[in-house]
Design a protein around this ligand. Structure first.
Ligand code: NAP
Length: 217
């Protein structure tokens, strides 16, 4: 058993969620409120190491009324510095890391109240992350990127819905919404996508697309 997983992001029309220099402020205030409402509706929010380091997000609910989800960081080498906002006391934080992490860093985070899970091997299995969260009572998860982490979940068909805001910009380079080894044809992915809804944002400049993911087996 695993929680239901939403993947949400704002992208440029060329499918980038960040520029080559890490700029990623794409959402209008309406879109930010939608994101925060989604955060308030889930039990946990997951990000990868680069997103935590580059964006330094709080991952809390601020633009709408609501409860903060548990924050989950996947950081194989534990590169995230302990002074990041994700480690503040505004919500519980769980970290999944590997034997590549320095024991001192693990101890420092634990001494700050962060729950650190160290798994065997070079990388963290996203299915195990979801299983661990499910055992703690987490039933809905929001995956908030970045591209590499999105790929790690999606390629294993561990995403149920994608909520994608298309914003009226072009980067021409940078981080893709789903950023990994890739597929060479439209048939190769272990899933298909069904479009569920198209919504024009209140700002009149952004479009919110919702897709359901159908796993092939
Ligand atoms: N526009 C938006 O909505 C939006 C949303 C989120 C993020 N972003 C942008 O996305 C960019 C970051 O994306 P990104 O693709 O570079 O990185 P990312 O997905 O945030 O982080 C990737 C890193 O996380 C660690 N990681 C992820 N999955 C792992 C696993 N299964 N096992 C072990 N480690 C794992 C790895 O660190 P190691 O390589 O050290 O092992 C990996 O390199 C940022 O610039 C951010 O601004 C934009």
């Amino acid at each position: 058993m695993r929680p239901y997983v939403y993947l949400a992001a704002a992208a440029t029309i060329d499918g980038r969620i960040a520029s080559a220099t890490g700029f990623s402020r794409l959402s209008c205030p309406h879109d930010l409120r939608r994101l925060h409402a989604l955060r308030a509706s889930v039990d946990a929010v997951i990000v990868g190491a680069n997103t935590a380091i580059v964006d330094n997000p709080r991952l809390t609910v601020r633009y709408v009324e609501g409860r903060n989800p548990i924050r989950v960081l996947i950081d194989g080498a534990l590169r995230a510095p302990p002074n990041l906002r994700i480690f503040d006391t505004s919500a519980p934080t769980l970290v999944f890391t590997t034997m590549r992490a320095s024991p001192e860093k693990i101890e420092e985070l634990r001494s700050r109240g962060v729950e650190v899970h160290v798994v065997d091997g070079e990388s963290v299995d996203p299915a195990n992350v979801l299983q661990t969260l499910y055992k703690r009572g987490v039933r809905k998860v929001l995956l908030e990127g970045g591209g590499k982490t999105n790929w790690e979940f999606l390629k294993r068909c561990l995403v149920d819905e994608i909520i994608l805001t298309i914003t009226p910009y072009v980067f021409g380079n940078g981080v893709s919404l789903i950023d990994g080894e890739g597929y060479s044809t439209t048939e190769e992915a272990p899933f298909s996508l069904s479009l569920i809804s198209i919504k024009l944002c209140e700002c009149g400049r952004e479009v919110v697309l919702t897709y359901k993911i159908n796993c092939k087996q």
